[in-house]
Design a protein around this ligand. Structure first.
Ligand code: PLP
Length: 397
């Protein structure tokens, strides 16, 4: 057994994962790790959460899959739950975040074509964003490291410089613009938060021009920032939203949410998926989302996030030679580093048994499960400090 028969598209860490429980992961050799990656913001309720395990087991014995040519009660139930807890009127279920983004883009273009405005096809994304790996998603983010070598850019996709307000306004006012797509808090890009005033202005100008706002909350949604949806911090809502990751607590589920008006073109035959919304995924989604909407979980996110932020600010003061900046929102924590972030992640893993994720702008991301306890948060900080100490010594050597 080796990685030789796997496409070499990942730089994998030399860690053979065996099992997990809560915030802990164990390698095959028995080494225990504190997991502050959570499958990159996915295992939001911790590994092997008993509620989710029970949901999988019960549904697995009943029914796994049927085609979407039949009614699937779990789908209707989860769609009701999502719509009751968001701006949305309708939902399309997918198996991943990138498929949810793909559906969002198609929904936006179809909205205009069904209204006789077929010239409105332009989709504007931002530098530093990440929307997944399908063709639509890589073109929407337009990051050369994901698009290079995959043929010509797709027509109608444009990239804006994050923070360039004037260019954004011009995009909104262009008569061929269909939608603007953004992560309210960028994940892979290094935990960059779009200011709430900017989000509010975007909502206003979108209403004025008819341009649709697509929010990608695949990573920052579902409680991660300390509100159920990251856009709630601005008190506004998108027209279309892509979600995934935490929605299944680790089980592959995604969804595209939309208002009835935004989705007016998504009529029978416009889109589809064999596996999207299958009974097994829906059973886990219902169980996971039922937990994610609980006020006590959101309270915990804010409590733990406040502690981590305060402690990391202290570490930044004590280790200015290691930490440049602490940013992000809630439990989507970004720490911009002096040492190379990949080296720092490896060092945290190998010397402190602490798993953290990478990110753009030389950040590392701390993405613990949302139900992390205060004792576990203290442990995470101790281990992070240990990593800072080792990094300092290595840089001084
Ligand atoms: N959008 C955002 C913001 C993401 O962070 C990701 C994955 O990291 C995706 C989309 C793609 O999701 P998936 O990997 O499930 O296709």
């Amino acid at each position: 057994m080796s990685v030789n028969h796997l496409m070499g598209v990942y730089n994998r860490a030399p860690l053979e994962v065996d099992r997990g429980r809560g915030v802990r992961l164990w390698a095959k050799d028995g080494t225990e790790y504190l997991d502050c990656v959570s499958g990159i913001s996915t295992n939001a309720l911790g590994h092997a959460n008993p509620i989710l395990v029970e949901a999988v087991k019960a549904q697995a014995e009943k029914l796994w899959h049927v085609s979407n040519i039949y009614r699937i009660p779990g789908q209707e139930q989860l769609a009701d739950m999502l719509c009751d807890n968001s701006f949305a009127d309708v939902v399309f279920f997918t198996n991943s975040g990138t498929e949810a983004v793909e559906c969002a883009i198609k929904t936006a273009r179809k909205h205009f074509s069904s209204k006789g405005e077929s010239e409105r096809i332009d989709i504007y994304g931002f530098d530093g964003s990440f929307h997944g790996r399908t063709y639509g998603a890589i073109n929407a983010a337009a990051n050369p490291s994901y698009t290079d070598g995959f043929g010509p850019p797709m027509q109608g996709f444009h990239q804006l410089v994050w923070g360039d307000h004037e260019a954004l306004e011009a995009a909104f006012r262009s008569p061929t613009t269909a939608a603007i797509i953004l992560e309210p808090v960028q994940g892979e890009g290094g935990c960059r938060e779009t200011p709430v005033e900017e989000l509010r202005w975007m909502r206003q100008i979108a209403d004025e021009t008819g341009v649709l706002l697509i929010f990608d909350e695949v990573q920052c949604g579902m409680g991660r920032t300390g509100k159920l949806w990251a856009h709630e911090w601005a008190g506004i809502a998108p027209d279309i939203m892509a979600i995934a990751k935490a929605l299944g607590g680790g089980f592959p589920i995604g969804a595209c949410l939309a208002t009835a008006d935004a989705a007016c073109g998504m009529t029978a035959g416009a889109h589809g998926s064999t596996f999207g919304g299958n009974p097994l995924a829906m059973a886990v989604g219902i169980a996971a989302f039922g937990e994610l909407v609980k006020p006590e979980l959101i309270r915990n996110v804010n409590e733990i996030a406040g502690y981590l932020k305060q402690q990391l600010a202290g570490l930044q003061e004590r280790y200015p030679d290691v930490i440049v900046d602490v940013r992000g929102k809630g439990l989507l924590v970004g720490v911009k580093l002096v040492p190379n972030n990949r080296d720092f992640m490896a060092l945290a893993r190998d010397t402190q048994n602490l798993l953290i994720a990478g990110g753009g702008d030389n950040c590392c991301r701390i993405l613990p499960p949302l139900n992390m306890t205060m004792d576990e948060a203290r442990e995470a900080i101790q281990r992070f400090e240990g990593a800072c100490e080792v990094a300092r010594k290595q840089m001084a050597a």
